[in-house]
Design a protein around this ligand. Structure first.
Ligand SMILES: Cc1ncc(C[n+]2csc(CCOP(=O)(O)OP(=O)(O)O)c2C)c(N)n1
Ligand SMILES: [Mg+2]
Length: 390
């Protein structure tokens, strides 16, 4: 195919007119807000929202963040002792998932990624279900007594955003007063599966909220080489969606902005993207060793601004928290976690043949042989398994 002559290219003709003195004006202007109520020293910046004057509410947030952190620690211990598979810690990112969970209504739908432990717990997913999932048992994604319309944890990066756009489309067509809420990491925002549903959400004004956990890393890739975009929030603006930043270590800011965005979507005013800025205090997953690429200074600095201590200091300064309450909370959390671990470890394993039996309506002949081969192998190995079989 012949290339167009240089003079017919649009940019060269624009340049030509400009050289003749064409007037230029600003075609559009945008800005990205950043919300913080509790600064890194736990001091209140400006005026707290009314709901945050109620210290009982903040205590509820604090309890959930603490439960999440202790649960997370136990999950890592289960993996390290060979009792669970690879697990992605949410250490340091608890305020994001907690604030989001409390901002959602039960009838909303969550399309989560893998660091939303707190959101899931708030929505009624059981700790043992999360452990089952990371133990390789898909029944952990069923939530029969919890949010049965929520999607399973999504490991394929950014694909959950496309699912959420589909769900939000259905909600819009049915005139439901519900919101599809999805989450992803900073790295996920480089993918097509991020931009495409974002465009759709803007074009169709879908009842959808996207919360980005910007923890500064995508495995070993730091944000500064992940994207040349000044903020992640501004990626939404290109799709005609409001995009904003919050301090992801300030649960008051996270809850307030998520609540506003979710209610905005519910009232038919369209989608919002919130970029919550935090830091991944853990390895990427238990399969990672971040000491190989993460500068220790940055990690030390990040520990100074982490979310749980920040709220604890605030509650303490308000005369609302003390060591005795802290100890009681920790032992209560540990009791609940230990019960969940027991329940997880005593769950009968799924039958190995399920792998074949639910794949085709009628299992093909070649697979029947493979099925038998597997069953023979499993019979030999059975004594070595950690969890009991059905
Ligand atoms: C489609 C796809 N590509 C690659 C991976 C491998 N992978 C797992 S996590 C990850 C990085 C994700 O980083 P980010 O979006 O910032 O989320 P974070 O893990 O930091 O919370 C990658 C590339 C994957 N799971 N799915
Ligand atoms: Mg990340």
């Amino acid at each position: 195919m012949a290339l167009p002559k240089q003079s017919s290219l649009p940019h060269s003709s624009a340049l030509h007119t400009q050289q003749q003195g064409m007037h230029q004006h600003t075609a559009a202007e945008f800005s990205v807000s950043y919300t913080q109520y509790l600064d890194s020293q736990s001091r209140v910046k400006g005026q707290l929202p009314d709901w945050a004057q109620d210290l009982d509410v903040l205590e509820k947030f604090y309890r959930m963040m603490t439960l999440t952190r202790l649960f997370d620690k136990k999950a890592i211990a289960l993996q390290r002792t060979g009792q669970m598979g690879t697990y992605p810690s949410c250490l340091g990112q608890e305020a994001i998932a907690t604030g989001l969970g409390y901002a959602m209504q039960a009838t909303d739908v969550l399309a989560p990624y893998y660091r939303d432990q707190a959101t899931q717990l708030i929505r009624g997913v059981k700790m043992e279900e999360i452990l089952l999932y990371w133990g390789g048992d898909e029944r952990g994604s069923e939530y029969p007594s919890g949010p049965s319309q929520d999607l399973p944890i999504c490991v394929p990066i950014a694909t959950q955003i496309t699912h959420a756009a589909g769900i939000a489309t259905a909600m819009k067509i049915r005139h439901e007063k519900r919101v599809a809420v999805t989450t992803c990491g900073d790295g996920a925002t480089s993918r097509g599966d991020f931009y495409e549903p974002l465009n759709l959400a803007g074009a169709w004004q879908l009842p959808m909220v996207i919360l980005v956990n910007n923890n500064q890393w995508a495995i070993s890739v730091p944000l500064e080489i992940q994207t040349a975009s000044q903020t992640i929030a501004q990626k939404a603006i290109a799709a005609g969606i409001p995009g904003e930043q919050v301090d992801g270590n300030d649960i008051i800011a996270v809850y307030e902005r998520c609540h506003q965005a979710i209610e905005r979507a519910r009232s038919g005013k369209g989608p919002t993207l919130i970029e919550a800025i935090t830091y991944r205090l853990c390895d990427h997953t238990t399969a990672d060793d971040a000491t190989r690429y993460r500068p220790p200074e940055a990690l030390n600095q990040a520990w100074k601004i982490e979310p749980i201590k920040r709220l604890q200091t605030y509650l303490h300064n308000e005369g609302y928290w003390n060591e005795a309450k802290e100890q009681a909370l920790i032992s209560d959390c540990e009791k609940k976690i230990n019960q969940a671990v027991e329940s997880y470890l005593s769950t009968p394993r799924q039958s190995e043949q399920d792998l074949f039996d639910f794949l085709f309506e009628e299992t093909p002949h070649a697979m029947l042989e493979q099925r038998q081969h597997l069953l023979d192998k499993v019979a030999v190995q059975k004594t070595a398994t950690q969890r009991p079989s059905k």
